[in-house]
Design a protein around this ligand. Structure first.
Ligand code: ATP
Ligand code: MG
Length: 559
């Protein structure tokens, strides 16, 4: 099913209803509004796919708007990373905007609100203001400054703006209703004084607008028709509308806020604040650590943009929050890599086998299919010789009837090569196997068409020729947390649920064709999983990250 054929989601139904009740298609306009206080994560991917997906469906512009109203936490590094990630996902924004572009306009409108007696400067401390909030069932208390003269509020607001007062001295509050059933309507703060350097406006501003004041007005300036946000903003909608009511011009389109459910992923945390903690405490190696659920972490892990988009589309847009199992994400990347990743051989835990009847010094280059799912991927040649590495777990000296891998006295096939049979083992003084001696059947070469080559044997093993083996570093990742929802326990910190085995580094051997891979190239190590070349790769040392193991076990991989 393509995206166009998929049933409409509930947001699309809202838009269809608007189109049939007066909106024209060219009025539709969307935005994705990240705060540049961290890197984007897989939850943001849902919002990106939703907003840009609507843009594609309705041929409507989608702005990228940085919601940069809190200079204490925002940085240029995050702006750059966010742009890089959205581009990498394959989306194009119509315009790059910043809430900070609107600081002057927002200020002018705030002055207008004061003049219209819809806002006032409160000179209480934030603790006093909090105390007067009331509870959902009990009205709050009006500030003693609520009815100060307009002229006084105007001059204090100007002092705030000019940096003549310290942080916390005053705030600007909307004058709404301290008895409202919606706590957010109880004279919410619009501006606070912050003597902080902003990553774009530097020290130009000493006051910064609060989210609710900045967001809807920014939507209005950009003439966004549908401002989509996550469900926790549902109670903010009333305030969003109230603020717009104060400033809007009837000739212009009035934006609508609509809400959808946040998407959470199991065995991780999707919150910039918590991810920032993992980075700050060096639990991970930066925002793009391959164990991070960030877009850049998934990219480094070997995910493709298509796999993330397909994942987001397949979980869709919902009205209820839920926890999506990470296996769902893994399914999507496997599906995609299955189509595009060339198959190669690498051995992660090597043990040596010696083919005693194979001539010493001989080598053969055997033809191997690059991807049975993609004929155009063609063939390569893999070197074969008397000494080979196989996986240690693929041999058992004594095995039961269900063990179809290498054992003594039974045949297995080496992928793309010959049928071999285990004959004897060599052990060190501690009893560890150091070599397995085998014989091979010279007539059994894969694809040679001989009767021997068509003989059915139950197991097929991957291998690497010892003299040709390319040493590589392989990083095996597991879930970062042992619990499905590590941040749902109110009593315990999510860091208590870290998986101590989330990273294992092994020295492995790979077939020599891998020598030419570049950073971000993706391959399937046959029988093991999908792997990607990491950016830590240097001259002489290739580093691979395991994206995901294969779902299918060794037994399924026949000739
Ligand atoms: P975080 O808590 O991680 O900082 P946020 O909502 O504060 O998330 P923003 O940068 O403000 O992050 O979010 C940009 C957009 O992405 C918003 O519209 C927000 O609702 C949406 N978004 C954030 N997290 C998710 C999520 N888990 N699922 C769906 N949408 C999300
Ligand atoms: Mg936020």
């Amino acid at each position: 099913m393509t995206k166009e054929e998929a049933p409409l989601n509930f947001i699309e139904h809202i838009i269809e209803d608007d189109l049939s009740s007066g909106y024209t298609q060219d009025q539709l306009r969307f935005r994705f509004p990240p705060e540049p206080n961290g890197y984007l994560h897989i939850g943001h991917a849902s919002s990106i796919c939703l907003n840009f997906g609507l843009g594609e469906r309705y041929k409507a512009p989608v702005n990228l708007r940085f919601d940069d109203t809190n200079p204490a936490k925002e940085e240029q590094e995050f702006v750059d990373a966010i742009k890089r990630d959205i581009e990498w996902l394959g989306f194009e924004w119509a315009e790059e905007r910043y809430a900070s572009d609107y600081f002057q306009q927002l200020y002018d409108w705030a002055v207008k609100l004061i003049k219209n007696d819809k806002a006032f400067v409160d000179s209480q401390t934030s603790a006093q203001i909090a105390e007067q909030k009331g509870t959902p069932n009990n009205p709050g208390t009006e500030s003693p400054f609520r009815n100060r003269p307009v002229s006084e509020s105007l001059s204090l607001f100007e002092q705030m703006k000019n940096g003549e007062v310290g942080e916390g001295a005053h705030v600007l509050r909307a004058k709404i209703d301290m008895a409202s059933g919606n706590m957010l309507m109880r004279d919410p703060v619009m501006y606070r004084v912050l003597h902080k350097n902003h990553h774009r406006t530097k020290d130009q501003w000493k006051i910064y607008p609060m989210y609710d004041w900045a967001h809807g007005e920014s939507d209005y300036i950009e003439q966004v028709s549908h401002s989509l946000c996550t469900l926790e903003f549902l109670p903010h909608r009333e305030l969003y509308n109230w603020f717009l009511e104060q400033i809007y011009d009837t000739n212009k389109l009035r934006p609508k806020q609509r809400e959808f459910a946040r998407r959470n992923l199991s065995h991780t945390v999707v919150s910039k604040r918590k991810l920032a903690k993992l980075v700050a405490e060096k639990v991970v190696d930066g925002w793009d650590d391959p164990r991070m659920p960030t877009i850049s972490g998934l990219r480094r892990r070997g995910y493709t943009p298509e796999s993330i988009r397909n994942f987001a589309d397949s979980i869709g847009v919902g009205k209820r929050e839920n926890l999506i199992d990470v296996s769902h994400l893994e399914f999507n990347v496997r599906e995609d890599l299955n189509k595009r990743a060339p198959r190669v051989m690498a051995v992660l835990d090597p043990v040596k086998i010696v083919l005693t009847n194979y001539p010493e010094g001989k080598e053969e280059w055997l033809e191997a299919e690059n991807n049975q799912e993609d004929e155009s991927a063609g063939y390569r040649e893999v070197p074969f010789s008397r000494e080979l590495y196989i996986e240690r777990e693929d041999f058992k000296e004594e095995a039961n009837r269900k063990f179809f891998r290498l054992t003594l006295g039974k045949e297995v096939r080496l992928k793309n090569a010959y049928i071999i049979q285990g004959e004897s083992v060599v052990k060190d003084s501690e009893g560890n196997i150091t070599e397995i001696h085998c014989t091979y059947d010279p007539d059994s070469r894969s694809g040679s068409g001989t009767e021997a080559s068509q003989r059915k044997v139950k197991g097929t093993l991957h291998w690497v020729s010892v003299p040709h083996a390319l040493p590589v570093e392989v990083r095996l990742y597991d879930r970062l947390f042992t619990e499905a929802a590590p941040d749902s326990d109110k009593e315990r910190d999510f860091l208590e649920f870290l998986n101590p085995d989330s990273l294992q580094v092994v020295q492995a051997f790979a077939e020599p064709s891998l020598r030419n891979l570049k950073v971000e190239d993706k391959v399937q190590f046959q029988r093991l999983g999908y792997f990607v070349v990491d950016r830590d790769t240097s001259e002489g040392k290739i580093v691979f990250n395991r994206t995901v193991p294969l779902r299918d076990s060794w037994a399924k991989l026949g000739e």
